[in-house]
Ligand binder design. Sequence first.
Ligand SMILES: CC(C)(COP(=O)(O)OP(=O)(O)OC[C@H]1O[C@@H](n2cnc3c(N)ncnc32)[C@H](O)[C@@H]1OP(=O)(O)O)[C@@H](O)C(=O)NCCC(=O)NCCS
Length: 438
Amino acid sequence: MHHSLPLDPTSAAAIADTGLRYALVDPGDETGGVAWVRADVRGFHADDVDHKDALDYLRAFTERRMIGVYDDAAASPEIPVATVSSWVTSLTTPGTPEQTQTVDAWAISSVTVSPTHRRRGIARALLEGELRTAVAGGLPLAALTVSEATIYRRFGFACAALVADMTIDTRRAKWTGPAARGRVQFVERATLRAQADDIERRARRGIPGEVDRWGRRWDEFFGLTPDTEKESKGLRAVRYDDENGEPQGFALYKLKGDDNDFSAHTVTVTEFVAVTDDAYAGLWRYLLELDLVTEVRASLRSVDEPLRWMIADARALRETLVSDHLWLRVLDVPATLTARRYAAAGSVAFTVTDDLGFAAGRFVLSTDATGSPTCTRSDAPADAEVHLNVAEVGALLLGGVSATTLRAAGRLTATRDAATLVDRLFHSPVPPRLGIWF
Ligand SMILES: CC(C)(COP(=O)(O)OP(=O)(O)OC[C@H]1O[C@@H](n2cnc3c(N)ncnc32)[C@H](O)[C@@H]1OP(=O)(O)O)[C@@H](O)C(=O)NCCC(=O)NCCS
């Protein structure tokens, strides 16, 4: 569907005013696609790619809408001076174990502007063009992960999910969690790769903030692309099967030795997926009890990992970094707020400001005792009144931050009681998280 959306005319005009050309890249055009990929990797300071690798890289973009900005007077006019790509992804929102909730979001990626063309409004034209295109396509919100945390608020985005990097000292940890009933076993990487999507899709159902993976991303994780193959010889793949032999999780990890002490390897977990609590326990226990290993590291984990409560010495687990990760931009308040379940009954009126005009207005969200919502643009009275910028609607959406915290930070205006009611409604028992960059 998104491939057929036309170029945004406002951004096309803004870019044309700077003497440049804003154009869609035809996914079937190999030469144009390769040039676009080379601009994208250069924009993120990565090594240049040859034609063959660029074609492989392009596989990730077959489902995406790719846009380039071209300087026809440049020495290499075929290589865009700016890039952006976008696609529709399914984002998990707070739901119930029985009923997963998701919302379609406009995922935005590959935002690059060449250093030769920076700070003349090209990124602004690209971003605003993406938001208008998302609205034209009927998407209620946009999503991205960011390299700089200071760029996107001006476009109405806010962090909706934090993630943590963690390090576990395995000599101190000592497993005290439940004994898993199934088994952990080594599986060939290519075999597990074929099962990964199904297992992860089931695991993702319970985690607000998670989004669809895609084929080449899995190939990269499993070291099965030309550019990841060589460095993945040491990648280990283990799968957790439950007592009925059903795959319920997997982990990918690498080991690094200590030159002075062979008994002190470090394990870096590059992917950890568990559908059930049993799989979670089985896989973490396996990783923490590896012989000749003293440290296990994992990144993009939840800020509230059950693992902390499964070891004898809670201080053996250190969060080495907690950082913003998933950023959301609400475009349609009623459609977004009704795409999740709530934790209590009540009504809240949100008066939203939005510099770009997409989501401004007063909206009343009402939830019943089952957590089921309705939301309309309305002047009707409500139990609580909250005034906020559209960015903070995105911050609250998945329950990743409380209204009480945002109130204390001056990011929304409400009475203390009103903020407390919002917190009762928006609470998510599972904190939001996102396990990939996109
Ligand atoms: C970040 C990047 C896309 C900005 O492109 P640009 O065309 O120079 O940006 P613009 O001129 O359109 O600036 C838009 C606004 O963002 C601000 N901005 C731009 N880059 C910024 C940065 N790195 N940090 C903070 N603010 C930034 C500008 O000051 C401007 O603000 P204003 O319109 O409110 O005055 C570009 O520098 C780049 O490609 N960097 C490397 C790749 C990268 O980090 N991409 C972001 C991926 S999440």
